[in-house]
Design a binder for this molecule. Structure first.
Ligand code: NAD
Length: 470
């Protein structure tokens, strides 16, 4: 049974009582023990894989409808990335579920112990609109693999995708345990009011605060995958081949993935005064090469965000910094790849996450000054740096803090299941992907086992000095 199937996304669609009934059913299912076994988890992951394979075209279609994503981009960033993640979970599920033997200190002899991962219970996954399938189902893979019942609330700002998930997920997955509930902030607030065993949230820091406040009421653990404002440091690379490759990777991360509406996309560049003119010319070249046909670029999600981005550009001092692009098409919700040189640092474009195709380039006297620049700002989701200088790389690792550091490439970390994905400080907390997702949705429960063969009386009163010596 799909929830709210056939109705429009909206706040008024399902009353709080309906939500409670659905969540109660998921809890009854979890309490029955159905979701805990290996076979159930495997069958659900296989079903998810079937959904990804059989409904691939439908997914590419709704992603085009909601965000104008080109089918190749949509496959690469969402359907393909998810397929890889489900494959990986299926391959490793048995290993992840197995108790982990641990050694104990002498004081515990002859106790033995292991860490047994147990599911948390009924979990809530709330996702954002920019990768509306990827960021909905990626956490669900972890929730299912770890043996939980899970409720997904996709973003109402990607309505075609939200509807797709509400209709298709219940056709493939066990709808007594896995449910999709559509709706906006009001529905989200009603959901947040209920008791959960975990809330996994992807979205803005502003709503992240609301999630944490609601979770505090029930002492519910949360993972917050929040905003980016990810910088890329661009050192003056010597070889023209390396330069070309590097600007291609910058362009891919700034414009080629949801038109800059990506949490791990590049927000702004840091470069030396001296190198900036070269970099700007290189960027103009790559924009022409990659994006001459605007059909290969996504669209801004809605009028509100389109206007927000236009307002950033309309500020007089920001407009004065324009060196490339800047044209907008309100009908198509399109803003062309745009470069700004040294917009004022106290303007919104540099104090808030841009989340769009505007690329500020901030110049510094020396590239090493970028470290102080970053240290003076909130911790980003990712710091990118293009450089050959090994000492500088080490300083970036040692002297800055971020969810991830990536040298000489962009975005690829999202596809690497063996490294954790997540933020720090203002960019969030809690990590997922691969085994980290499984752990995120598990309680790693230590289980100790001892026998009755021996007893040490020094553990118990009556106390005496001799016992202190032992
Ligand atoms: P958002 O915070 O507006 O919405 C996220 C979710 O919260 C949606 O499901 C929405 O319905 C719900 N929501 C909205 N208002 C609410 C309210 N008042 N009370 C309760 N729930 C509410 O975020 P968004 O606009 O969908 O996404 C953009 C933000 O997400 C950006 O900041 C971006 O960087 C961040 N993001 C982070 C990651 C990551 O992995 N770290 C990934 C994608 C997006």
């Amino acid at each position: 049974m799909a929830l709210i199937t056939g109705k429009k996304c909206g706040d008024e669609e399902m009353g709080a009582l309906g939500l409670e009934t659905e969540v109660a059913e998921a809890r009854t299912t979890f309490d029955s023990g159905k979701t805990k076994g290996f076979e159930w988890r495997k069958s659900q992951l296989e079903a998810l894989l079937r959904l990804l394979q059989e409904k691939e075209e439908d997914m590419l279609k709704v992603l085009k409808e909601d965000l104008g994503k080109h089918r190749v981009e949509a496959y690469r960033d969402e359907v393909g990335a998810l397929t890889k993640s489900v494959d990986n979970a299926l391959l490793n599920l048995k290993k992840w579920m197995a108790p982990e033997k641990v050694s104990l200190p002498l004081v515990a002899v002859p106790t033995v112990a292991e860490i047994v991962p147990e599911p948390l219970g009924v979990v809530l996954v709330m996702s954002s609109w920019n990768f509306p399938i990827g960021l909905s189902l990626e956490p669900m893979i972890g929730a299912i693999a770890a043996g939980n019942a899970a409720i997904l609330k996709p973003s109402e700002l990607a309505p075609a995708t939200s509807e797709f998930l509400a209709v298709e997920v219940p056709k493939y997955l066990d709808c007594e345990a896995i449910k999709v509930i559509q709706g906006g902030p009001q529905v989200a607030e009603q959901l947040l009011d209920l008791k959960w065993d975990k809330i996994f949230f992807t979205g803005s820091a502003q709503v992240g605060r609301i999630v944490m406040t609601a979770a505090a009421k029930h002492l519910t653990p949360v993972t917050l995958e929040l905003g980016g404002k990810c910088p890329a440091i661009f050192d003056s690379l010597k070889s023209s081949r390396d330069q070309r490759m590097a600007v291609g990777r910058v362009a891919g991360a700034k414009w080629g993935s949801c038109l800059g509406q990506a949490c791990i996309g590049i927000d702004y560049l840091l470069v030396t005064d001296e190198y900036a003119p070269t970099l700007i010319e290189l960027l103009k070249g790559v924009i022409k090469e990659f994006f001459s046909n605007s059909e290969h670029l996504a669209r801004i999600v809605n009028k509100h965000h389109f206007q927000r981005l236009c307002n950033l550009l309309q500020d007089e001092s920001v407009a004065a910094s324009l060196v490339h692009g800047g044209s907008v098409n309100a009908e198509e919700l399109f803003i062309e790849p745009t470069i700004l040189l040294n917009p004022p640092l106290d303007k919104e474009i540099m104090t808030e996450e841009i989340f769009g195709p505007l690329l500020p380039i901030i110049t510094l006297k020396k590239i090493e000054d970028s470290i102080e620049f970053l240290r003076a700002r909130p911790k980003p989701l990712v710091i990118y740096a293009f450089t050959h200088d090994e000492k500088f790389k080490q300083r970036i690792v040692d002297d800055t803090s971020s969810g991830c550091v990536m040298f000489n490439d962009t975005l690829i970390q999202y596809l690497c299941d063996t490294i954790p994905f997540g933020g720090v400080g203002q960019s969030g907390f809690g990590q997922y992907h691969g085994k980290f997702s499984f752990d995120n949705f598990s309680n790693r429960k230590p289980v100790g086992r001892r026998n009755f063969l021996i007893e040490f009386s020094f553990r118990y009163p009556p106390w005496n000095e001799k016992k202190l010596q032992l």
